[in-house]
Design a protein around this ligand. Structure first.
Ligand code: EPZ
Length: 419
């Protein structure tokens, strides 16, 4: 078991290069098994979720090879196993994309109920409703989801709730279905566009990804392709907040600045300097006293729920009263208990968290309660006085590539210890 030890406070300064997007990678790897030939995926982040998915598809019969740390060659021509019920699958949420991918290619799939971070109920009814609308039979038995379709037929599907996972999963199934599929009230996250671009390069016919109506015309097969994944919006945002919370000055490189608009606007409103370049953003908080603001999480282009714990942590040391409303997940505030151990003043009621800024946090022994909560603990440790020890680092490793290396290069005193 690893822990991260941070000696704070530190002022971060310098440049950081952002890795490929985790939530695009975890959909693009399953999408690659739909091809009738070799796919090469570039700019994959070096994180545990990618390792788990690679192990999963290998166990299912795909041949994979890392050509370098960030490039994976996937050859699924010999893959015959449509059943993914082993341990790796249960560990991660994104394993649900295997359902759409296998259903599209083999017309049947058996996948263990997805796991992932725990922040309340995480239903997948919309995914299954979409598969059913396309003619699939769906059953759930002893934690295993089975989908099967003699004929997969395009359909008109309206999403009751905006869902990233359901939008991508239905898109996966629809590209190899017969006829046209229309997804209305679709999610618009950058990684949805990324997955659609990859599928289109493989020969799919998808229009409208990135808007709330996606139209797909089914094709008979997908061919191999080479594709570079977009930069990770949430990793980028975490480093932008790291600059703000440490009174630092960081150039966050290799990003798509428009993906960061909701966060850039909030940091600007708080009084940080935010400067945009073609593929970078500089956040400069040197000598500035940041003011608290109100933040509401929403589907893209709203403020991302996956930056909510990091933003709330920043608000605990900003001047005045901050208000956070979590509109996506019902229970994403467990980590606030940890922040309280560090002297933060936060009051949570239902979906709303109210922060009263304190001049500084105090180091403590805390745990990462999930992936983004873990990132929040790191940010708190960077600005707290003394030695903060963070347990359950495995959550952070699921989504952040070499976090201690990147932070050390920015001037943080952070080390990993094996316990
Ligand atoms: C994706 O989860 C991300 N995970 C999450 O990131 C992220 O928090 C979330 O999107 C929202 O942006 C991956 O991409 C692997 P949703 P997903 O379906 O797709 C409700 C991280 O930290 N809903 O968009 O599972 C659901 O309860 C992770 O990187 C249904 O009601 O989320 C939620 O309130 C954590 N029925 C809302 O929709 C369904 O069938 C949005 O969920 C599906 C979802």
């Amino acid at each position: 078991m690893d822990k991260l030890v941070i000696n704070g406070p530190c002022r971060l300064q310098g440049e950081v290069s952002i890795s490929g997007a985790k939530n695009a990678a975890v959909a693009i790897i399953p999408a690659a098994i739909m091809a009738n030939n070799i796919c090469i995926i570039e700019n994959l982040p070096s994180i545990e979720d990618v390792t788990s998915l690679n192990t999963t598809i290998t166990k299912m019969g795909a041949k994979t090879e890392f050509l370098d740390q960030h490039t994976l060659k996937i050859d699924s021509r010999g893959m015959e196993n449509i059943s993914a019920t082993f341990e790796e699958v249960r560990k991660m949420r994104a394993s649900y994309y295997l359902l759409g991918a296998l259903l599209a290619r083999y017309r049947r799939a058996e996948v263990a109920m997805p796991g992932g971070c725990d922040f309340g109920s995480r239903p997948i009814d919309l995914h299954l409703k979409g598969f059913r609308a396309m003619g699939a039979q769906v059953s759930v038995e002893r934690d295993v989801i089975r989908v099967e379709a003699e004929k997969l037929q395009g359909a008109s599907i309206y999403m009751d709730t905006v869902s990233v996972g359901a939008t991508i999963n239905i898109m996966l199934a629809a590209v190899l279905a017969e006829g046209k599929t229309v997804i209305e009230n679709a999610a618009r996250e950058p990684h949805i566009v990324d997955v659609a671009n990859f599928l289109n390069i493989m020969g799919a016919k998808i229009k409208g990804a990135g808007t709330d109506v996606i139209r797909i015309t089914g094709v008979e097969e997908l061919h191999g392709a080479q594709y570079t994944i977009i930069p990770d919006q949430i990793e980028a945002g975490t480093y932008m907040i790291a600059a703000a919370i440490t009174g630092g000055d960081i150039l966050v490189k290799n990003i798509i600045p428009t993906h960061m608009d909701s966060l850039s606007a909030k940091l600007d409103e708080m009084g940080a300097g935010v400067e945009e370049f073609d593929d970078a953003i500089r956040v400069n908080a040197t000598g500035r006293h940041l003011k608290a603001v109100s933040v509401q999480t929403m589907a893209y282009p709203g403020f991302p729920t996956d930056l909510q714990p990091q933003m709330t942590t920043l608000l605990t040391v900003a001047e005045g009263i901050g208000k956070v409303t979590e509109n996506v997940w019902e229970n994403r505030y467990q980590y606030t208990q940890m922040l309280k151990l560090m002297g933060a003043q936060i009051h949570v009621e239902g979906r709303v968290a109210i922060t009263t800024g304190v001049p500084s946090l105090t180091a403590a022994h805390v745990d990462a309660t999930d992936l983004r909560a873990g990132a929040a603990m790191v940010l708190a440790g960077l600005c707290a006085n003394g030695e903060t020890v963070i347990g359950e680092v495995k959550y952070i490793d699921r989504g952040y590539e070499e976090i201690e290396k990147k932070l050390t290069a920015l001037g943080a005193s952070i080390r990993r210890v094996h316990v």
